[in-house]
Design a protein around this ligand. Structure first.
Ligand SMILES: *[C@@H]1O[C@H](CO)[C@@H](O)[C@H](O)[C@H]1NC(C)=O
Ligand SMILES: *[C@@H]1O[C@H](CO)[C@@H](O)[C@H](O)[C@H]1NC(C)=O
Ligand SMILES: *[C@@H]1O[C@H](CO)[C@@H](O)[C@H](O)[C@H]1NC(C)=O
Length: 355
């Protein structure tokens, strides 16, 4: 008898895991398009725009050319680069930024971005998550941005065993940051299993020279991370639980989970509207299509805005949905004045006038 119960329990567990997996990966998601009227593709962004960071003056960094294991790349042999655009323009002209004094531009593989601006002299420091190929380890490169010469001067590399699978970062000081690890295992087959099965083993790590620790855990697939405008909260996305996790940030940099807001889609990076505090994200509505790329049925894109996240009833609005006929695999969305820019893991970038 107990054997039978055990058998049934295992079947139940297995069934539940399969349902959860297929749900999280978007197998049941029916994509009803939502269009925005005034959008065009950004000419010169052809191999991805995984992360985008908009400076207060509208100048914007785009990380392009990410090579991520098991994910499509349209330029597998071209090193990644950081592009600069100006969101004050109606038509964007991306310019690759030269990396000065950086030893190995040929293996550069940029992923998440963040910026620290020095309060006294306004110097802009760009933090770049880098996975040099072929090892795909995680480093954070810190560059000083020279706006006149349009270059990035390499300053230093940050690495730590606790930051082993970094996806995204948010800079909180000249050398300190929060980082998400999107996996907890090293081997690629265990990474696959981890994505598929409902373990919640990924985390957020706080790093500063001399103080490195896990500050949030129990996340299925930690992905984008951002900080609220008042700097009191950290927002982290859980790609496969499909939630934005809101954390209170303490003076000692520890985090306490406040709530999880369900977006019902595979959200990637997060950005915060500097004026309204709304959270914008680029999402993967049918995540399974990312890991099984088909030219005739590519992964779609979705842009979601969350208003009043700290209230009892946050407003979640799907702003844009496309089946991949225009842009594939959206990974971030940022607003500047009345403009919206949407980035993708390995495809193009979309630029829209909002009203
Ligand atoms: C992605 O996240 C990083 C870290 O919070 C942030 O600096 C960047 O602005 C975000 N970009 C977008 C477009 O969401
Ligand atoms: C950090 O501060 C919070 C709130 O005051 C406290 O609960 C927590 O124990 C502190 N953590 C550490 C590591 O000091
Ligand atoms: C995607 O949408 C376009 C335009 O609405 C349509 O023509 C196309 O057949 C769709 N593609 C797929 C794979 O469903």
């Amino acid at each position: 008898m107990w054997k039978l119960s055990l058998f049934c329990a295992s079947l139940g567990f297995l069934g539940e895991q399969i349902f959860q997996y297929t749900y999280r990966f978007g197998y049941y998601r029916d994509l009803q398009p939502i269009d925005l009227p005034n959008c065009h593709l950004v000419k010169g962004v052809e191999h991805g725009s995984e992360d985008i960071h908009v400076l207060p003056n509208g100048l914007t960094f785009i990380s392009s050319g990410l090579k991520y294991p098991a994910v499509k790349s349209f330029a597998p042999d071209t090193p990644g680069e950081i592009l600069l655009v100006d969101l004050n323009d109606d038509v964007l002209h991306p310019e690759p930024l030269q990396l000065r004094e950086y030893a190995d531009a040929s293996s550069f593989n940029p992923h998440g971005l963040s910026v620290h601006i020095d309060e006294t002299d306004g110097t802009v420091y760009l933090f770049v998550v880098n996975h040099p190929l072929p090892e795909f380890k995680s480093f954070i490169e810190i560059f000083k941005f020279d706006e006149k010469q349009k270059t990035l001067l390499y300053l230093k590399t940050v690495e730590h065993p606790l930051m082993h699978s970094v996806n995204d970062i948010v800079a909180v000081g000249p050398e300190s940051l929060y980082a998400t690890n999107d996996h907890s295992f090293e081997s690629s087959s265990m990474k696959l299993a981890e994505r598929a099965i409902g373990f919640k083993l990924t985390n957020v790590v706080y790093y500063s020279p001399g103080d490195v620790r896990e500050v949030a855990s129990g996340i299925h697939n930690a992905n984008g991370i951002a900080i609220s405008n008042d700097k009191k909260f950290i927002y982290a996305s859980d790609l496969t639980s499909q939630t934005i996790n809101v954390y209170e940030k303490h003076a000692n940099w520890s985090l306490t989970l406040v709530k999880e807001v369900d977006l019902d889609t595979g959200l990637d990076n997060l950005s915060v509207d500097p004026v309204t505090g709304d959270i914008w994200t680029g999402a993967h509505p049918q995540l399974y299509k990312i890991f099984n790329y088909k030219y005739e049925d590519p992964p779609g894109s979705e842009v979601v805005r969350v208003q009043n996240i700290h209230s009892d009833q946050p407003i979640v609005t799907r702003v844009y949905i496309n089946n991949g006929s225009v842009i594939q695999a959206s990974s971030c969305a940022s607003v500047y004045k009345n403009k919206l820019i949407v980035g993708t893991v390995f495809h193009k970038a979309l630029y829209c006038q909002l009203d």
